[in-house]
Design a protein around this ligand. Structure first.
Ligand code: PEP
Ligand code: MN
Length: 314
């Protein structure tokens, strides 16, 4: 058999690994060469067998602290880039809750490009974040940077974020595949969709089926926005996988004035929700102030994301 044919067959076999493999679709059939040298047709399944829509036709609903993500509702997660003080996170939690957010975000461990930038307040921030979540009744999402922090972060948060820079940190993914907590997997700034879904596959194949994907913009030649928000990619990923997909318009654009239009666009392409940075005083923020909404701007955005608007989008 030729190398190409062998590879095709291997892929075809790998593609049947999903528990609910379905009939091959026309697009998954490719010509190859049979052992006798005659043309043959074999199935080429996506390499992300468990993440693929073919392995699981129904949308997966991920539950995080009582909030269902991917159930046809639109879930908004909001809060500051970094937890800076007890007062700041409590105030933000109250404001985003009042505006209708479903999950509280806040960073305790911050992946920063420069080692001289604010790195987050660690354990203390986790405690304040958890307290603010309890007070408002909001489940908490926060980033875990390294495998040794997973247990501590999981004690304080209901949803564990893998940041864009860590999307291909396989030691972290393997560790998270064994936790009972759901994972929010951000797309790497230079990751293809296939690489992103293969990162999800690490979590799924390791036993954690509670995975939510988050598009947060990718690096392109364009510098007018911080990143290029790949909304067509979101629509594509919704077709390729059964996992819920949310959008982060804050990192995706880097500009406060673009957060609301990008949020509405995300809803229009079928995203299951949003992750938005909100700070009581964006000008005073220790990280990402220029892309953070203040509570009034966030409340205004939430008013435009009414069920009626969303139904019109959907
Ligand atoms: C964040 O959510 O604050 C963050 C650091 O995001 P990203 O990993 O997408 O850059
Ligand atoms: Mn940020």
């Amino acid at each position: 058999m030729s190398t190409r044919a062998t590879q095709s067959v291997a892929l075809a076999v790998a593609g049947t690994a999903g528990r609910h493999a379905t009939k091959p679709r026309r697009e998954t059939l490719r010509p190859a060469v049979s052992p006798g040298g005659h043309p043959a047709v074999v199935r080429v399944a996506p390499p992300f067998a468990l993440a693929s829509r073919e392995s699981h036709l129904e949308n997966t609903v991920v539950e995080a602290g009582g909030v269902r993500i991917g159930a046809g509702n639109f879930v908004v997660m909001a809060g500051p880039c970094s937890v800076e003080s007890r007062r700041q996170i409590r105030e933000t939690a109250r404001a985003v809750k009042a505006a209708g957010a479903h999950v509280l975000r806040g960073g305790a461990y911050k992946p920063r490009t420069s080692p001289y930038d604010f790195q987050g307040l660690g354990r203390k921030a986790l405690e304040w974040l958890a307290e603010a979540g309890r007070e408002t009744g909001l489940p908490v999402v926060t980033e875990v940077l390294s495998p040794e922090d997973v247990d501590l972060v999981a004690e304080h948060a209901q949803l564990l974020q893998v940041g864009a820079r860590n999307m291909q940190n396989y030691a972290l993914l393997r560790r998270l595949s064994g936790t009972p907590r759901p994972v929010l997997l951000k797309r790497g700034p230079s990751a293809t969709i296939q690489e992103w879904l293969l990162a999800a596959e690490y979590l799924l194949s390791g036993g954690n089926r509670r995975v939510v994907l988050c598009e947060r913009g990718i690096r392109t030649f364009e510098t007018a926005t911080r990143n290029t928000l790949d909304l067509a990619g979101v629509a594509l990923v919704k077709q390729l996988t059964h996992l819920p997909v949310i959008v982060d318009p804050s990192h995706g654009t880097g500009k406060r004035a673009l957060v609301a239009p990008a949020s509405r666009a995300a809803a229009a392409v079928g995203a299951d929700g949003l992750l938005i940075e909100v700070h009581p005083c964006p000008e005073c923020a220790l990280s990402d102030g220029e892309q953070s909404l203040d509570p009034r701007q966030f409340a205004e955005l939430m008013r435009t994301l009414t069920p009626r608007t969303l139904a019109a989008c959907g």
